[in-house]
Design a protein around this ligand. Structure first.
Ligand code: FAD
Length: 387
């Protein structure tokens, strides 16, 4: 049986960033991805925003990796010519209640060391965005947008130009703990079964990372690793309305920190879109056996009936919008650890030594800001391996 040093499951932005970091550090890395190429799931279905790290509880991994990831991403973009735009972001309050919440959010952002935040009043807001409605805002000049596909291509290139391989159309279906690592069973091209031994396994399987943890023998109910899926739709905004904005404009988020609220982004090409909303969807694996790798049927259809909800929600701070400007665009699904009305959950990034699985590193619940945080998460995982 073939023996390898490190197996990474999943070639989304997180698996690729970790692969690049480890390969650059001289490690032998294999990334296994069931799709035809990298980034076909959550990593290409998001807002592509480089967040500053304002929202997350202080001392959380989300806050730390986002703040560090923000700096690292801009450095990578500059150095390797990855398209980005540091547009700056405004979180806009439209009522007195929201101003109080905005001030609290500002304090949290400062505690998290999100860079160069400023609380601004109505007149300064008007100068920055003349067509936006609001009585105050948090201004975050270091927020921006990135071409996430180019970023993933860069990470994949770093993997391949070192001691790293990315193996596509390969589904990891079974994992067994052995005395000196893990036996990993794969199905290639939907037909060839084979297996190899890996000293370290890193689980970056996104929406199915809980199921990968279960495969190795972790009780995911007890560990509270079972994921809930939270869908987000986007609507594009046409009729030349992109010329009326230059920043990313967000509402004041929900108090429980579970979602940022339907916001407006301008991607690197200046395309204007609204979204994502957030609602849990049922995606149970009914009828499928446990301890075998289940099949997930993802429904990315945009629910057009939500058009008016998007319009009414964004109109509060973008008064120039007309219902006819909106067209259904795309959707993404968040792998969330917390279900509706449950306590806030941080990223899980850990070596499962305490559970008897030393050298098995789980990354579970890597929802937003996972794209921004990816280079920082990669450094964190490298440290786990060194230790
Ligand atoms: C609507 C939405 C908006 C978002 N907006 C932002 C944003 O603006 N900024 C930001 O920083 N973050 C954002 N995020 C979060 C960000 O997109 C994710 O955190 C990030 O893409 C997660 O990457 P990943 O590599 O962990 O997962 P994925 O991209 O899902 O990759 C996991 C990979 O594992 C593979 N896989 C799974 N099981 C197996 C198996 N058994 N064998 C082989 N391969 C397997 C899958 O095929 C997949 O390619 C958003 C997310 C959503 C859903």
């Amino acid at each position: 049986m073939e023996e390898i040093e490190i197996a990474i499951i999943g070639a989304g932005v997180v698996g690729l960033a970790i692969g690049a970091e480890l390969a650059q550090a001289g490690k032998e890395v294999y990334i296994f991805e069931r799709n035809d190429t990298f980034g076909q799931e959550t990593s290409s279905r998001n807002s592509e925003v480089i967040h500053a790290g304002i929202y997350y509880p202080s001392d959380s991994l989300k806050a730390k990796t986002c703040v560090e990831g923000n700096v690292l991403l801009y450095t990578i973009c500059e150095k390797y010519g990855i398209p980005y735009k540091k547009r700056g972001k405004l979180i806009v309050a439209v009522s007195q209640d929201e101003t109080d919440a905005l001030e609290k959010l500002f304090e949290r952002g400062k505690e998290n060391s999100a860079r160069n935040l400023k609380l601004i009043g109505k007149s300064e807001l008007k100068k920055l965005e003349p067509y936006v409605n609001g009585i105050g805002a948090i201004y975050s000049p270091t927020s921006g947008v990135i071409d996430s596909h180019s970023l993933m291509r860069y990470f994949a290139g770093v993997v391949r130009s070192n001691k790293g391989w990315i193996v596509y159309r390969t589904n990891v279906v079974k994992i067994e703990k052995k005395s000196d690592g893990y036996k990993v069973m794969i199905i290639e091209d939907n037909k060839e079964h084979s297996s190899f031994r890996a000293r370290i396994v890193i689980n970056c399987a996104g929406l199915q990372s809980d199921k990968i943890a279960e495969l190795v023998g972790i009780d995911i109910e007890k560990a509270e690793y079972n994921l809930k899926f939270c869908k987000g739709n986007y609507f594009s905004v046409g009729n030349g309305k992109n010329s009326l904005l230059s920043h990313l404009v967000y509402p004041v988020p929900k108090a429980d920190g579970t979602a940022l609220g339907i916001h407006s982004t301008l991607d690197i090409h200046g395309r204007f879109r609204l979204g994502p909303d957030d609602y849990y969807i049922n995606m149970d694996y009914a009828g499928q056996e446990t301890h075998t790798y289940p099949v997930l049927d993802l429904d990315y259809t945009v629910d057009e009936s939500k058009k008016e909800i998007f319009y009414n929600s964004a109109k509060k701070f973008l008064p120039f919008l007309e219902l006819d400007d909106l067209e259904p665009e795309m959707s993404g699904i968040r792998p969330k650890l917390q279900g509706p009305n449950e306590r806030y959950r941080d990223f899980v990034i850990r070596d499962e030594e305490e559970k008897g699985f030393s050298g098995f590193i789980n990354l579970i619940g890597i929802e937003s800001p996972g794209l921004t945080a990816s280079p920082s998460i990669a450094k964190y995982v490298n440290e786990l391996i060194k230790n």
